[in-house]
Design a protein around this ligand. Structure first.
Ligand code: GLU
Length: 480
């Protein structure tokens, strides 16, 4: 199916094609997202292909991590993943068709010979590329039984243009494309061949990938053109090469910029999947000046027109702020369940859920949320931060005795009642409100930062709150 017709008839097929040599990289996740959204937007299919032909570098662990990362981001695929390594026979079949039809040829050049060729090219400051020495020779000229590779006969003159949906029209002179290898001497297919055959066999109408693959498109097209001439039914896909993601310093995003794996954002950075989804969406795609989209809105609005041509910069602060917004919007029970495991065996889900509205106001990450919740399950005697310990000087401890007495008499343990009682006491003692609230906070939470003090009192309940206050309260010592 021609790709532009695919858009009109809702038969778009995209694929995400990671090489499983490590975790799911942030850049890969964005490519996956754009492919997925484009397919969903057009009512088509999003497919997944694991490019595991490099058996030495591909691991099952990496495959599992990639699948897990995609699942966590909420990208479900419309078919089981295709494993490229399992398609080797089919790749070979296409190479042999090309060979038979004269679009490819056997090259018997030995490694030493090719090394000498490159040395000469180097000496003459020429580009290092195969010079086509077996292109017009007959296989019979080679020694009997000599090993050979199969090379693609790429056009020698003219140019090839691609109307890339992101980059615009890009043209390359055909002479720049060498007769590269399709089948190695041991008969194994190369990556370049495998990609083209799989894209065709999976029916991909749109190839959306990083712009580091733009050069490959010019090498892949001659196979597509040749196969279309041989058997028909090999239309050019529409290409969309999206700019890479850069770090804050403008260099290509890499480990030295910090975490680059999706998993690390989940586990170490405490990011919610919908926040990363939205952040990746906004990284290189825009719709007016809108910042946040639900999944459904993203599907409705995403198209390749909105993808920018220049590299985007990864900004962890922006991601954290966005994450804070998503945390505030997230359901309390879900957040409670998410942080409970990190709070130990005593974490009580109903209490955590009740605490969530006040906890989530101040958290930008899931870890901050868990940190903020820590006081709820702290054991007496509470351990104190340095600042909290300093806050609880003798005067403060003496004030806690008075607070404790008032609170003990309080039958209505609500935010409003406790606030009124505390304010009345502050007035009676002619003290600023903070003179009571700060030691209270220290006694109740062991810290100097926490949700509002009356929220804390209500969440802890009368008994536990009084026990914590009394543990720090001490009457003023006469004469001191
Ligand atoms: N496997 C390639 C990669 O992980 C992608 C190939 C493609 O999209 O054509 O970079």
């Amino acid at each position: 199916m021609a790709s532009d017709t695919a858009v009109k008839t809702g038969q778009v097929v995209t694929r995400f094609a990671p090489s499983p040599t490590g975790f799911l990289h942030i850049g890969g996740a964005r490519t996956a997202l754009f492919n997925w959204l484009f397919a969903k937007h057009h009512g088509g299919k999003a497919l997944l292909r694991i490019e595991d032909t490099d058996q030495k570098r591909s691991t099952q662990e990496a495959i599992d991590k990639i699948l897990e990362g995609l699942g966590w981001l909420g990208l479900e695929y419309d078919a089981e993943p295709v494993f490229q390594s399992k398609q080797a026979d089919r790749h070979r079949e296409v190479a042999l068709k090309l060979l038979e039809a004269g679009y490819a040829y056997k090259c018997f050049a030995t490694p030493e010979e090719l090394e000498a060729m490159r040395a000469e090219q180097r000496a003459n400051k020429l580009p290092l590329r195969y010079d086509g020495r077996w292109r017009d020779r007959l296989a019979e000229e080679a020694p009997e039984g000599a090993p050979f590779v199969v090379r693609l006969k790429t056009p020698l003159s003219g140019e090839t243009s691609i109307d890339d949906a992101v980059q615009g029209r890009v043209t390359v002179k055909n002479e720049e494309i060498d007769d590269y290898i399709l089948l190695r001497a041991d008969g194994t297919p190369t990556y370049m061949l495998a990609v083209v055959v799989d894209d065709h066999d999976m029916g991909c109408t749109h190839i959306i990938r990083g712009d580091d693959h733009l050069n490959n498109a010019f090498r892949q097209l001659p196979i597509i053109h040749a196969m279309d001439e041989i058997e028909g039914g090999w239309p050019e896909p529409i290409y969309a090469h999206i700019p890479l993601i850069h770090g804050s310093d403008g260099a290509k995003l890499s480990k030295r910029h910090g975490a680059v794996g999706v998993e690390a954002y989940r586990d170490d950075e405490g990011v919610l999947p919908e926040a990363l989804f939205n952040y990746l969406l906004r990284l290189g795609w825009g719709h007016g000046d809108r910042e946040e989209f639900t999944k459904a809105e993203a599907i409705e609005l995403f198209d390749l027109d909105g993808v920018g041509k220049s590299a985007s910069r990864f900004d962890i602060k922006k991601l954290q702020n966005m994450n804070g917004n998503y945390i505030r919007e997230a359901e309390d029970g879900r957040l409670a369940a998410l942080i409970a495991p990190s709070l130990g065996d005593d974490a009580d889900l109903p209490l955590l859920t009740r605490a969530m509205p006040v906890l989530k106001e101040r958290a930008k990450t899931v870890h901050e949320l868990a940190e903020g919740a820590g006081f709820l399950f702290a054991k007496r005697p509470l351990s104190m931060t340095e600042k909290a310990a300093k806050m609880l000087d003798d005067d403060a401890r003496a004030r806690l005795v008075q607070v404790s007495a008032r609170f003990r008499a309080e039958n209505n343990w609500t935010i409003e009642a406790l606030e009124a009682t505390t304010k009345a006491l502050a007035e009676e003692l002619d003290l600023g409100f903070g003179k009571l609230a700060q030691p209270l906070r220290a006694a109740l939470t062991g810290t100097t930062t926490s949700p509002g003090i009356f929220d804390v009192l209500v969440l802890l309940g009368k008994e536990e709150a009084l026990a914590r206050i009394d543990a720090q309260a001490a009457p003023a010592q006469a004469g001191e």
